[in-house]
Design a protein around this ligand. Structure first.
Ligand SMILES: Cc1ncc(COP(=O)(O)O)c(C=O)c1O
Length: 365
């Protein structure tokens, strides 16, 4: 279907084209000068001491989990309301994902739900920073300290989001930020894995590059895989990083337009913005009644819709964990009533007005 309003659209201009042209002209298509520049800029921006690139966020999480030694017999606590990759990356290490409830206001992992899930097998907690905000990290970090657990942050959606001046992904032992096409800055596919721990960094380096510290040798001291990016992707990344402030401004302006235009529609409940972090709109996330009828109506008007996450405890692929349908009421409610409207930089004010008028008319009926 040809949509009048698409859900996601990356924001590119001449700079991405020039960088790509340069990468092609220099014939550096695997990790090279753009990768080095992208990585150095990411470290400076996030304040992480060490960083490695990964080919996407899912494998970046898997790499981070391998680097902390996650394996069969371990349990890792992860919010019930997140993209499936948070938990599938855990399952692929052989460890068991243990789901935790979320907060009703901001939809982030609920720190108060974690302690009762900790057992002798718990190895780590995976806070997931969703929808352009962060989890409340202080109580989660305190629990990790109390029970001697590791923290693996899934900051896939967290680029540019700071919790009390700390960038998401840098507060635990290791963290991942994704650069998938719908993320705040994008390289198509791609991710960065951040850590302040030298030992974890050394493991990440070996694991990501065939079990050797550097390319150019056929001697592999350890087992590793190929989690590398390409310089073509990093050429995009370098250009995207430069326009982050502009992207942030446009998305915040767009989000503000939605808030103003839907202010009088009582049925539309915006997700709460927490005071402990800044907000980089990832989508416009709201809870509404009659969700399915609204979706049908928007799609009829050529507006592409996106529901919120399907709770992990109900995912068919996690049936083997034996959760019950009603186990996580807050997460279930977010799925049952949650819809995301687009906030990307190519939206025009009249697009947002059209979408908001369609929603307003729907609830007036
Ligand atoms: C919360 C979360 N975790 C993990 C991922 C996986 O990242 P990627 O798509 O780069 O594999 C995503 C991607 O959308 C995500 O939203």
């Amino acid at each position: 279907m040809e949509y009048r309003i698409q859900q996601i659209q990356p924001y590119f201009d001449q700079e991405e084209i020039l960088n790509l042209e340069q990468a092609i002209k220099t014939t550096w298509v695997t990790e090279g000068p753009f990768s080095q520049q992208f990585l150095a800029s990411l470290k400076a921006f996030t304040g992480a001491k060490y960083a490695v690139l990964a080919n996407n966020g899912t494998l970046g999480l898997y790499l981070a989990l391998l680097a902390i030694g996650a394996q069969k017999g371990d349990e890792i606590i992860v919010p019930d309301f997140t993209f499936n990759a948070s938990a599938s990356s855990i399952a692929f290490t052989g460890a068991t994902p243990v789901f935790a409830e979320i907060c009703p206001g901001n939809l982030q992992m609920d720190p108060a739900a974690i302690e009762k899930l900790i057992t002798a097998k718990t190895k780590a907690i995976m806070p997931v920073h969703v929808y352009g905000q962060s989890c409340d990290m202080d109580p989660i970090l305190a629990l990790a300290k109390k029970y001697n657990l590791l923290i693996v942050e899934d900051a896939a959606q967290g680029f540019g989001v700071f919790y009390k001046n700390n960038h998401t992904g840098t507060m635990g032992d290791v963290g991942m930020i994704s650069f998938f096409a719908d993320k705040t800055i994008t390289t198509g596919e791609g991710a960065v894995v951040l850590t302040n721990n030298e030992e974890i960094f050394n493991k990440l380096k070996m694991l990501r590059n065939q079990g050797r510290p550097n390319s150019g040798t056929f001697i592999h001291p350890e087992l590793g895989m190929n989690f590398r990016m390409t310089d073509l992707q990093c050429a995009l990344g370098v250009a995207q990083l430069k326009k982050f402030e502009k992207i942030k401004e446009i998305k915040q302006k767009n989000h503000g337009l939605y808030e103003a235009m839907l202010r009088n529609v009582e049925d539309v409940e915006f997700i709460e913005q927490s005071s402990f972090c800044n907000f980089i709109p990832f989508r416009v996330n709201v809870k509404v009644p009659q969700l399915e009828a609204l979706i049908e109506n928007l799609e009829k008007n050529a507006i592409q819709t996106r529901r919120m996450f399907y709770p992990l405890h109900r995912q068919p692929c996690f049936d083997y964990l034996n959760y019950k349908h009603d186990d996580f009421p807050v997460s279930n409610d977010a799925y049952n009533r949650g819809i995301s409207f687009p906030v990307h930089c190519s939206l025009k004010e009249e697009d947002i007005a059209f979408l908001c008028e369609t929603v307003t008319a729907f609830y007036k009926k």
